[in-house]
Design a protein around this ligand. Structure first.
Ligand code: ADP
Ligand code: MG
Length: 216
């Protein structure tokens, strides 16, 4: 047996710092996508929120996984705004609840926390598969993570499968007709555009694969 893989607060902080960098690098892309079917603020919203997360991590990073996820969720709720602020905030707050007081998670525990986060997004936003939202990237990613781990894959491999599923899910939003959020006001005119929230969600999952598993 290999060494059990643990996802501790430090690993989570690495993930979120990387996501902040990737969001900053893709700020214009997210803005452009939201300009086509929304109000052109998704890049600014996410960049502001993740910059605030990095600031709080630098000032005072909680030592436990659950506490860190809670701090991230509260920071995002406070700073992101729009529809995506409460949704991403809820995602991390539900991850935190799933993690509880545990100082660190194992690979299955991390997958469980992501599943809880996804359920929080659904509880708040009521999105279903095919509605052209962040759900369409997140849900296949969580499914892929769980099934890869269940087949005995290492966390790094399972997260790569999840990232690939998220990218496929993101791309699949292009032909969808938006049924939730601002883009739904466009009706048929939302067809043919990639969803900004699915795009940032795919970046979130992609950021995990290279940062969360421990180097060894
Ligand atoms: P706003 O739409 O308020 O300007 P953002 O531009 O930051 O907020 O975020 C838009 C993204 O939020 C969309 O691309 C979509 O992925 C996501 N979104 C909007 N409404 C919902 C919902 N009800 N459920 C899940 N995701 C949603
Ligand atoms: Mg917007």
């Amino acid at each position: 047996m290999s060494v059990p893989e643990t996802v501790d607060a430090e690993a989570l902080a690495r993930w979120l710092r990387r996501f902040a960098e990737v969001v900053a690098a893709n700020r214009e892309l997210l803005t452009r996508l939201d300009a086509a079917i929304g109000d052109a603020d998704h890049g600014a919203n996410m960049d502001r929120g993740m910059a605030a997360v990095v600031t709080t991590l630098e000032a005072d990073a909680p030592a436990g996984a659950g506490a860190l996820l809670k701090q991230v969720g509260m920071t995002l709720v406070r700073t992101v705004g729009g529809a995506s602020g409460p949704l991403y905030g809820t995602f991390f707050l539900r991850m935190a609840t799933s993690a509880g007081d545990s100082g660190s998670l194992d690979a299955m525990g991390f997958a469980k926390a992501l599943r809880a986060g996804l359920e929080g997004v659904v509880a708040r936003g009521k999105a279903e598969a095919g509605d052209k939202t962040m759900f369409d990237a997140l849900a296949p990613a969580v499914d892929a993570l769980e099934s890869s781990l269940a087949r005995g894959a290492a966390l790094r491999t399972a997260l790569q499968m999840a990232a690939s599923a998220a990218a496929t899910g993101r791309d699949a939003t292009v032909p969808m007709l938006a049924r939730k959020g601002r883009a739904s006001y466009l009706g048929e005119r939302s067809v043919g555009h990639q969803d900004p929230g699915a795009t940032s969600a795919a970046l979130l999952i992609a950021s995990a694969g290279t940062t969360i598993p421990e180097e060894r």
